[in-house]
Design a protein around this ligand. Structure first.
Ligand SMILES: Cc1ncc(COP(=O)(O)O)c(C=O)c1O
Length: 391
C-alpha cells in the first residue's frame, strides 16, 4: 500500500492533470483543432538555432570521459560561465564555487530546501503560487506558510510577510516574472522585502525561482534579485528561456552575501548527490557553457501575449497584461473558479482554476501555445464572455 501522505497529496494536486485528461477526451471527441488547451506551461517554441548547433557539435566530440560522473556541483567550466554571468548582472563577485548545476529549477529548489531545512522549519510561499512548491517543501520536512500577495498588483506584501515570520521561518520562495500572474517584482518591492527579512531574529534565506527571468516584454528587464536581496539563493533553469524543459538543466547560485556561505555551498553540492540527482546532465552542461547568452525569440511570445490580451478583453474579461513569463491570470466572472473552468470546458477551452494556485476567484491560461490555436479560440472566448454577461 502506498503512503497515506502521498495519497492525500496526489488527490490535492491533481487539477492540472485533470485538465490534461479532459483535453485528451475532448480532442478524441471533437478533433484536436476544435479544442483550445491553455492549461499547461509547456513552451511550444523550438530551442534557438545556436543551441541546436551546439547539440550537433558536442555530440561529435570524440574526447573520452565526456559522459562520466563528475564533481556533484558540475563541470567547473560551466559553473564559471554561470558565475560570470551572475557577477555581471548583480554587480557582486560570484565565484564558480557558489554555482551548482542542477536538474532544472525544480532540482535547484529541492536541493536548496534539503540543504536548509530541519523538520518543522517554515518556508513562506506567496499565493498565488506554483503548486509544486508545497510538495518540494514537504519533501524535506518543511512546513509551507502561505502569505497572499496584494490582490490588485499581485506584488508581495512586506507587512503580511513580516506578520508571518516566526522563529522557525527558514526561507521565502519568490518567483519573478511570476507564474501564474505574469508580474515582475520591482526594485522597491525587493528592497522592502529584504528589509523585512533582515529584521527577523534569525537568517531567512530567499529562494529566487527565476525560470522566466529572460522572458520579458515591452523592453522591460527583470530586476536582479541577487543584487537586491541579501541572503539570496538563485534557483534557475533554461527550461523556458531556451525551451529545454525536457532536458532538465538548471543551477543554484549562492550570493556571496549569504549567511553561513561556505557551509551552504558545501551542503548544496552534497544534497545534489544524496537526493539522487548525483550531478546535472553532463551533455547539457557542456551545451550551456557554449550558449549561455542564447534566448528563444521573446518577440514571438510578446505577439501572442498581445493577441491573447485583445481576445480576452474583447470578451469582457478583467485581466492584467503580463509583463513577463507566459501566463494570464484573469479574474473569474463568478466566485467559484472551478465552476467557471468547467463552463469553459463546455466551449472546449481548457484553463486552470485559481484554487490550484492557492488563489480562488481567478483562473490561469498559458499563451505559450501555437498562434493559430490562439486565433481559432477567439469565438469560443466571446461565447464564454456572453454566457457570463461580460459583453
Ligand atoms: C514557477 C516555476 N518554477 C519552477 C518550475 C520548474 O522548472 P524546471 O522545468 O526548470 O524544473 C516551473 C515550471 O513550470 C515554474 O513555472
Amino acid at each position: 500500500m502506498i503512503s497515506r501522505k502521498i495519497t492525500q497529496n496526489m488527490a490535492a494536486g491533481s487539477m492540472i492533470r485533470k485538465m490534461f485528461e479532459e483535453g485528451a477526451r475532448l480532442k478524441a471527441q471533437f478533433g484536436a483543432d476544435k479544442v483550445y488547451d491553455f492549461s499547461i506551461g509547456n513552451p511550444d517554441l523550438e530551442p534557438p538555432a545556436e543551441v541546436l548547433a551546439a547539440f550537433q557539435e558536442l555530440s561529435a566530440d570524440p574526447r573520452p570521459g565526456l559522459h562520466a560522473y563528475m564533481s556533484n556541483a558540475g563541470y567547473l567550466e560551466t559553473r564559471q560561465v554561470v558565475a560570470d554571468k551572475l557577477s555581471l548582472s548583480s554587480g557582486l563577485a560570484v565565484k564558480a564555487e557558489a554555482v551548482c548545476m542542477t536538474v532544472g529549477a525544480a532540482g535547484a529548489l529541492n536541493v536548496s530546501l534539503k540543504a536548509l531545512l530541519d523538520p518543522g522549519d517554515e518556508v513562506i510561499v506567496l499565493a498565488p503560487y506554483f503548486v509544486e512548491y508545497l510538495s518540494y517543501i514537504q519533501n524535506h520536512g518543511g512546513v509551507p506558510v502561505i502569505v497572499h500577495c496584494n490582490e490588485t498588483t499581485f506584488f508581495p506584501d512586506p507587512e503580511r510577510i513580516a506578520a508571518a515570520l516566526t522563529p522557525r521561518t527558514k526561507a521565502l520562495i519568490i518567483n519573478s516574472p511570476n507564474n501564474p500572474t505574469g508580474v515582475i517584482y520591482p526594485i522597491d518591492v525587493l528592497k522592502a522585502l529584504d528589509k523585512v527579512l533582515l529584521s527577523a531574529s534569525q537568517t531567512v534565506y530567499v529562494l529566487s525561482d527565476e525560470p522566466y527571468a529572460g522572458l520579458t516584454f515591452d523592453g522591460q528587464k527583470t530586476p536582479d534579485n541577487l543584487a537586491h536581496l541579501t541572503n539570496c539563493i538563485v534557483c534557475n533553469s533554461w527550461s523556458k528561456s531556451l525551451s529545454l524543459p525536457g532536458e532538465r538543466i538548471g543551477y543554484i547560485g549562492v550570493s556571496p552575501r549569504c549567511e553561513d556561505y561556505s557551509n551552504l555551498v558545501q551542503a548544496i553540492g552534497y544534497c545534489n548527490r544524496v537526493l539522487g540527482f548525483v550531478n546535472a546532465p553532463a551533455f547539457l552542461q557542456r551545451v550551456i557553457a557554449k550558449t549561455i547568452d542564447a534566448r528563444v525569440d521573446v518577440n514571438r511570445y510578446e505577439t501572442r501575449r498581445n493577441r491573447m490580451h485583445e481576445i480576452l478583453t474583447s470578451a469582457g474579461f478583467d485581466v492584467r497584461r503580463p509583463d513577463g513569463g507566459f501566463y494570464f491570470f484573469p479574474k473569474a466572472p463568478i466566485a467559484d473558479d472551478s465552476e467557471f473552468v468547467a463552463a469553459c470546458a463546455k466551449h472546449n477551452v481548457l484553463v486552470v482554476p485559481g484554487k490550484g494556485f492557492g488563489f480562488p476567484g481567478f483562473f490561469r491560461l498559458c499563451f505559450a501555445v501555437p498562434d493559430d490555436m490562439i486565433e481559432r479560440s477567439a469565438p469560443a472566448w466571446l461565447e464564454i464572455g456572453k454566457e457570463f454577461g461580460l459583453v
